[in-house]
Write a protein that binds this ligand. Structure first.
Ligand code: NAP
Length: 305
């Protein structure tokens, strides 16, 4: 039997991915939305979250799709009201607030899922399996995209808590922390802040274990979401944001899951609720927080979306 779920924050990612994934899901039925302006045809729409929770005791799960800064208050209210909670990435605006949510979920016996959609990309599990029994001699992430193309008008990405280029960069870090057989930690970073922005538009990161990353949000033309990993048994390349796997330059095929990233996230959430478990891995966000702590700040030209 399908469980009822409410979607909160009906904007770009909710409409691009969450709504289609839920429509096709065998686990969930979208029973309500909460958003100040956004709505989904045929689904009861609320603008007040407390009212939706109070009037729908049969909706046991909420999925929060708004930007990270406002998300904590909604997650806290949902858990206090006895609802399971699914968080878009990054799971919050700070580490401490997500730890607090995890503690609250545990105390209430509810499921909290801090999702990392890029971990569900087609080639991530095969890459993890290939790397599991080897040593990493070097790894480099190149994550360069055009913020104006992917975040038109979304000023929150350059406001405090918006994370700037780490909003996409944390997707790469979610893959890195999933596939490496041993954890790494950040040792140094350079962060490029436009003079009119509170968050960086580019970052270069150096980790332990000869791992490095280059994030840039000013790349027009072809977009790059690659992770290259060198090992004694050969070179692994993840391309297209974790969706294409190459070993020594040869594309690999045949081992991929057929499920897309968001359908896989909702299947995982159904499993967590069924088993009364949570999944809150903050490793990708710890690297971002460490970059903000250790990073050398460099001023660059003003930037406007
Ligand atoms: P968005 O379109 O700018 O925001 C989503 C919706 O959240 C807005 O339409 C707005 O709906 C609501 N919202 C915005 N500010 C709010 C506030 N202060 N309080 C309450 N609600 C607020 O952002 P998005 O691109 O969908 O991204 C949302 C999250 O998904 C981010 O964490 C992002 O990293 C993640 N994500 C985005 C993408 C992408 O391609 N854009 C991909 C994967 C993950 P109302 O105005 O109707 O309330």
């Amino acid at each position: 039997m399908k469980r009822k779920i409410a979607l909160v924050g009906i904007g770009k990612i909710a409409l691009d991915q969450h709504v289609p994934a839920l429509a096709a899901s065998g686990h969930w039925v979208l029973a309500a939305t909460v958003s100040r302006a956004g709505r989904v045809d045929g689904v009861p729409a609320y603008t007040d979250f407390a009212q939706m929770l109070a009037q729908n005791p049969d909706i046991g799960t909420v999925s929060l799709c708004m930007p990270p800064v406002p998300r904590y208050d909604y997650a806290h209210a949902a858990l206090m009201a006895g609802r399971h909670v699914m968080l878009e990435k990054p799971p919050g605006a700070s580490l401490a607030e997500v730890y607090a949510l995890a503690d609250l979920a545990r105390a209430k016996g509810l499921s909290l899922y801090a999702t990392w959609h890029s971990r569900m990309a087609l080639a991530v599990a095969p890459a993890k399996a290939w790397l599991a029994d080897t040593t990493i001699t070097r790894a480099h992430i190149t994550w360069r995209e055009d913020v104006r193309k992917w975040h038109p008008g979304q000023d929150w990405v350059f406001a405090p808590g918006g994370m700037g280029v780490f909003d996409p960069g944390i997707n790469a870090l979610s893959i890195l922390t999933e596939i490496l057989p041993q954890p790494v930690h950040l040792r140094a970073a350079t962060l490029e802040f436009p003079e009119n922005c509170a968050t960086p538009i580019a970052a270069q990161l150096t980790f332990s274990g000869h791992v490095s990353a280059d994030f840039d949000w000013r790349q027009t033309g072809p977009q790059t979401w690659d992770i290259a990993v060198e090992t004694p048994k050969g070179r692994l390349d993840l391309r297209m944001g974790g969706n294409v796997l190459e070993i020594d330059g040869i594309p690999q095929a045949g081992e991929n899951s057929i499920m897309g990233e968001y359908p896989a996230l909702y299947a995982r959430m159904a499993d967590l609720v069924q088993k009364a478990q949570s999944d809150v891995d903050l490793a990708p966000m710890i690297h971002v927080a460490d970059a903000m702590t250790l990073g050398q700040r460099k001023g660059v030209d003003a930037f406007y979306l």
